[in-house]
Design a protein around this ligand. Structure first.
Ligand SMILES: Nc1ncnc2c1ncn2[C@@H]1O[C@H](COP(=O)(O)OP(=O)(O)OP(=O)(O)O)[C@@H](O)[C@H]1O
Length: 257
């Protein structure tokens, strides 16, 4: 049975809301209490970075928010709709429509071309092949990947693969982008690229929840949640974020520096 959405914190219904999230992993050793009771609301247009030490539970939290793992208890609302009763298939549909996800190791389909990797979610969401191709062309051009359409993921640099993954995540115009250590396997140039891209999409209104160890990447956000031992230890709005100052990423994104 669906629960009623709690009253909004401010400025209307949050795009994403979690209440009382708990998740324990049972593996070989002792149970890992990864998420121990998390309440969270993310408003439309926010760029939230979740930081914290290794093992704090950040990735688990992101997986819960994207429906990739199920909480042991607690609830998640997407745009005011409770997801408690969602099946795996329903979550897959909701992700296609509402949530783009990028991962540390890109998770591209290795035997599909760049073009096919980006078009696939659009086709699955019901776009015609022509529409999917148009969206793919637009995004790959924007991300500086023209000419790479027929390449296979293994032929690309890590930074290029992550840009393809971003194109794939955003091809259906999802209201929410979740990013799990998107620069975690990139060099400093790749990290700068990802930072600038996330800032740019955020400035255009993209809501982002980012998990990262990287202070530089986190500083692009306008709100930083410090996660420790499965709980929110601090939740702070940054008044120095580039997007808020309006002095950071603007104009044309230069990727080829
Ligand atoms: N599938 C799993 N099975 C068993 N234990 C798990 C699983 N996934 C995570 N854990 C454990 O849960 C805890 C939290 O892991 P999680 O990956 O969420 O933390 P994290 O903050 O993202 O860490 P890192 O920054 O190192 O990626 C850790 O103790 C981890 O070993």
């Amino acid at each position: 049975m669906s629960r009623t959405a709690p009253s909004p914190r401010a400025e209307g219904t949050p795009l994403l809301r979690a209440e009382g999230l708990v998740k324990t992993h049972y593996g070989e050793g002792a149970p890992a209490h990864a998420v121990r009771g998390v309440d969270l609301a993310v408003r439309q247009g926010e760029f939230v970075a979740v930081t914290g030490p290794s093992g704090a539970g950040k990735s688990t939290l992101l997986h819960l928010l994207g429906g990739l793992q199920r909480p042991d208890s607690g609830s998640i609302w997407l745009d005011g709709a409770c997801t408690d009763a969602y099946s795996e298939a329903r979550w897959a549909v909701e992700r296609r429509r509402r949530i783009g996800i990028v991962f540390q190791f890109f998770n591209l389909v290795s035997n599909l071309s760049v073009a096919d990797n980006v078009e696939l979610p659009a086709l699955l969401a019901g776009l015609s092949p022509r529409q999917a191709r148009a969206e793919r062309e637009r995004l790959l051009a924007e991300l500086g990947l023209e000419g790479k359409e027929r390449s296979m993921p293994g032929e690309l640099s890590g930074g290029e693969q992550q840009r393809v993954a971003l194109a794939r995540a955003l091809v259906n115009h999802p209201p929410l982008l979740l990013a799990d250590e998107p620069a975690g396997s990139l060099d400093s140039k790749g990290t700068r690229e990802v930072t600038r891209l996330l800032s740019r999409f955020h400035q255009r209104g993209q809501t982002i929840v980012l998990v990262t160890h990287d202070a530089r990447l986190a500083s692009a956000a306008d709100r930083v949640i410090s996660f420790f031992d499965g709980r929110v230890a601090d939740d702070a709005e940054l008044d120095t974020a580039p997007a808020r100052r309006g002095t950071g990423i603007s104009g044309v994104l230069e990727l080829r520096d």
